[in-house]
Design a binder for this molecule. Structure first.
Ligand SMILES: [Zn+2]
Length: 198
């Protein structure tokens, strides 16, 4: 007995998402197929809305405002002379919740398994470094990467690619648990590690 082809196709698409295995993908596809029609339509509608989302040319965060910059990068009250490099969009969201940072961001992605930056990441960093240099350089480049070995390597690679465009390169300070991820740190911890950056 095999699943109908439409269900198999959905499961195959779902299995391509991060941290979803083939068996879980089938369970999800079965679940979606059993939803009432209006819930399926709502899901379809939400997916359709994604066509309005593009990536900010400056930081890489998704946005749907007109223009090519996100809310943060288009905000004149946020200093363009300080850039904080984060691995994931969810790290940016956690750091924004602290409400204490008034600079810009750059979402770079995690270091690939091989331990070297992907060509796309190198391009992003080179473009952002040039953008910063053209604007007279950065006062501070903050590395807000996970306190893991991979995070350390990523910090080194980002410094090599962009450090030349900044007067000072700092890292988030104490408080982040060793191996801990920024996304999961609470606001007090993140605020403390922002204040104690060095
Ligand atoms: Zn942006």
């Amino acid at each position: 007995m095999r699943l109908p082809s439409s269900l198999r196709a959905l499961a195959e698409s779902l299995a391509k998402l991060p941290s979803i295995g083939p068996r879980q993908a089938i369970r999800l596809a079965l679940h979606v197929s059993s939803l009432p029609r209006e819930k399926q339509q709502a899901l379809l509608g939400a997916l359709g809305e994604l066509s309005r989302v593009s990536r900010c040319v400056e930081c890489g965060f998704p946005h749907e405002v007109s223009g090519d910059r996100c809310e943060i990068c288009a905000d004149p009250n946020r200093s363009a002379r300080t850039v904080m490099v984060v691995e994931k969009e969810t790290d940016l969201l956690s750091l924004e919740k602290v409400g204490r940072y008034a600079g810009r961001y750059l979402v770079i992605g995690s270091l690939p398994r091989g331990g070297t930056l992907s060509p796309e990441q190198q391009q992003v960093l080179a473009r952002r470094a040039k953008m910063a240099q053209d604007a007279g350089g950065l006062d501070e480049l903050i590395l807000a990467v996970s306190a893991t070995v991979a995070g350390e390597h990523l910090a080194g690679a980002v410094t090599a690619a962009m450090g030349g465009a900044a007067r000072k390169v700092t890292k988030l300070g104490r408080g982040l648990p060793r191996g801990g991820e920024i996304e999961f740190a609470d606001e007090d911890t993140l605020g403390y590690s922002l204040d104690s950056r060095h």
